[in-house]
Write a protein that binds this ligand. Structure first.
Ligand code: C2E
Ligand code: CA
Ligand code: CA
Length: 636
């Protein structure tokens, strides 16, 4: 028979082209990818052997009888294995949603096992083919079984893709349908024209279709940096999660890159990113390096014993050396964290959120520690987002309220002022402390709106309830650091007071040392403008933090509020007692007034009075209470 081998040659070339493209490209090691590469190898071998056997069958004398058996046998086995792997591949796509069942393993194994047994025994039985004494190739009586089995795999794949169509993408379904139809046409043609060798061609077309759709040639490479990209990262994680396979993510962020790209330009920043990527690729050895986004990288390990110590060491050593841009050499800090599956989180989104949280945490610290994620971090994050939502709603629906804590004047022996303290009550979370929500509001800017709300509420309260005539001379209002940074702070506050026709001295603004550090000049300007108009200032929480005397010296405070911790520790400890005593003496000598916070018992009152304290604020007198109760407390 004169075979027409052009299609075979084409089949081999097509497969070779796909193989080169597939293996050269950055690929990630998912089970599906591995199956696909097996498919490519098999198809390469089988289309090559097809050509070889056509030649050897046409020229029986070029090889021995044994070689004839070997070449034809291996050819048939590789051809059949291709269909078996194709089916396994399809089942594996379906498996995304569930595990492979035992009967499915049977479906995969049985036809191929039959093929193998028949082919291996054919030198003895002659059932598949025989090589005659004259080295001639003759089909055996059961040769057709091989074709039937191949078609069986195609048919089963088709059934699966129909039954589980929901799991398949459009492209994947089209690929399966096309292959099924082509295969049946090929079989018919092959039976009618046995000399026309188009079977291989059909298979190679299938491989190509899969490559284009099933194996969707998504680019997993971050070309600029020579690493894998975020898509690859997510794909690997998803695959591992689907298979419930343990893994550990080591993520890192280059600190200060934002600043660097602003000062030196993005090009320089990219250069450094690239140097780091190159270093990481070398340092990670066999493990893949992923570029996530921004200035983040990750390395994933599936080893249960992974401690990341070695890699951490290498990174720390590298970061001691400078990185180079065209003009400068600079050192960079890498923030590091580890997130383990399934210990820390079980969903991709949560793992990614944890990476962000850990790196943010690492940024806050100065100790270069590797941050190990844990579930509490995620819970904390969830609660924080929830509280932010609650605050936004509370602002719209007017659910914040302002409580007042009376302040007792020693000289006048009655309440002469109060501190306004914000309160937030939520149906789900109950009472939320300002200690918890104020820092969150500061982080995302909500504090400006909240601050305005409190300030308006206080102005309204003083005017409507005529506090002045009830012996309350001023109300102390807390200002956040963020408010103090606003250039327009003084105008904003004055205009609200004007709106309510409130005399300016009715307001005393409490600010902390932090505010002074963060916005020195702006704050100074705001303070002097407001003081010009008669507004007064208190330095809040004195005795915590640094309690730098510069602030009491430099800033025009009228009152210093001694923090409750300082008051409390003076009662327990002699040294703390001296600290309190001389701090108070110093403040008094500088001509400022003193408020002691957290006054809870008579012993404290006795001591503080002795030390010359002007005002008391604390539970001994009253907890912060709502406006109505406050009016009752001040007895008017
Ligand atoms: P702060 O300015 O130091 O306010 C005093 C805090 O001490 C209040 O806590 C008050 O309830 C509490 N306190 C007063 N006397 C005693 C006492 O005798 N014993 C004890 N254990 N505690 C006492 P609160 O209301 O939870 O406020 C916490 C912090 O939240 C405030 O600390 C302040 O920094 C911030 N905050 C509250 N309201 C506002 C506001 O309207 N604006 C801004 N920016 N911050 C606010
Ligand atoms: Ca305060
Ligand atoms: Ca305070």
């Amino acid at each position: 028979m004169d075979y027409i081998i052009h299609y075979d040659v084409a089949a081999f070339m097509i497969t070779l082209a796909i193989a080169i493209h597939f293996f050269y490209k950055k690929n990630i090691d998912t089970y599906q990818n591995r199956l696909f590469s097996i498919l490519i190898w098999l198809e390469l071998v089988s289309s090559a052997l097809d050509l070889v056997t056509i030649y050897t069958i046409g020229h029986p004398d070029v090889v021995s009888r044994g070689w004839h058996y070997l070449l034809n046998g291996v050819y048939l086995l590789s051809f059949n294995a291709t269909s078996a792997v194709y089916f396994t591949y399809i089942i594996n796509v379906v498996k995304k949603k569930r595990k492979i069942k035992p009967f499915e393993k049977m479906l995969i194994m049985v036809p191929f096992t039959v093929d193998v047994l028949l082919t291996l025994t054919t030198p003895v039985t002659g059932l598949v083919f025989t090589i005659t004494e004259a080295n001639e190739y003759v089909h055996g009586s059961l040769f057709l079984i091989l074709y039937v089995n191949a078609m069986l795999y195609v048919a089963m794949s088709q059934v699966y893709s129909v039954v589980y169509r929901a799991v398949f993408t459009m492209g994947q379904s089209v690929a399966v349908y096309t292959y099924t139809i082509t295969s049946f046409i090929v079989v018919v043609i092959q039976m009618m024209f046995p000399f026309l060798m188009i079977a291989q061609f059909a298979v190679s077309m299938a491989v190509m279709l899969i490559y284009l759709s099933l194996e969707n040639p998504l680019d997993y490479a971050e070309r600029e940096l020579g690493t894998y990209n975020q898509t690859a990262f997510e794909k690997i994680l998803t695959t591992n999660i689907e298979n419930e396979k343990h893994f550990s993510v080591f993520a890192m962020e280059l600190d200060g890159m934002q600043y660097l790209s602003e000062t030196l330009g993005t090009e320089s920043a990219n250069r450094i990113l690239k140097q780091f990527a190159e270093f990481m690729t070398a340092a990670a050895g066999k493990k893949k390096v992923f570029y996530l986004s921004g200035n983040r990288f990750a390395v994933v390990s599936e080893s249960r014993k992974e401690t990341w110590e070695e890699l951490t060491g290498k990174i720390r050593d590298r970061c001691k050396q400078p990185f180079y841009t065209e003009s400068v050499a600079l050192t960079i800090t890498a923030l590091l964290c580890v997130v383990d599956y399934p210990e820390d989180a079980v969903r991709l989104a949560d793992i990614e959120a944890l990476i962000g949280l850990c790196l943010a945490d690492a940024k806050q610290r100065s100790d270069e520690e590797v941050i190990y994620a844990d579930i509490s971090l995620l819970e904390k994050h969830r609660r924080e987002s929830q509280i932010i939502q609650i605050m936004k709603r509370a602002l719209q629906e007017n659910q914040f309220s302002v409580f007042y804590q009376p302040i007792f004047s020693v000289a006048k022996q009655r309440f002469t002022s109060a501190e306004a303290l914000i309160r937030l009550q939520n149906d789900e979370l109950g009472f939320i402390s300002p200690e918890e929500f104020i820092p969150l509001a500061e982080k995302n800017g909500l504090i400006l709106e909240i601050g305005e709300f409190v300030f308006r509420e206080v102005c309204r309260f003083i005017v409507e309830e005529k506090l002045l005539s009830r012996g309350i001379e001023y109300i102390e209002v807390n200002l956040s650091v963020v408010q103090c940074m606003q250039e327009s702070l003084y105008q904003d506050l004055l205009s609200v007071m004007d709106e309510y026709h409130l005399p300016y001295p009715c307001i005393n603004l409490e600010i902390t040392e932090t505010a002074a550090v963060m916005s020195h000049e702006t704050l100074m300007r705001n303070m002097s403008k407001l003081i010009e108009h008669g507004v007064n200032f208190s330095l809040d929480d004195y005795g915590t933090g640094f309690s730098n005397t510069t602030f009491v010296i430099k800033y025009p405070f009228r009152i210093v509020k001694i923090d409750k911790s300082m008051v409390w520790s003076a009662m327990e400890d002699e040294k703390a007692m001296y600290a309190l005593k001389y701090t108070m003496a110093m403040v008094k000598a500088m001509g400022m007034e003193l408020v002691a916070e957290g006054v809870e018992n008579e012993e404290q009152i006795r001591l503080l009075t002795e030390l010359g304290c002007d005002f008391f604020q604390g539970y001994y007198y009253s907890k912060p209470v709502n406006g109505k109760l406050f009016l009752e407390k001040i007895g008017a």
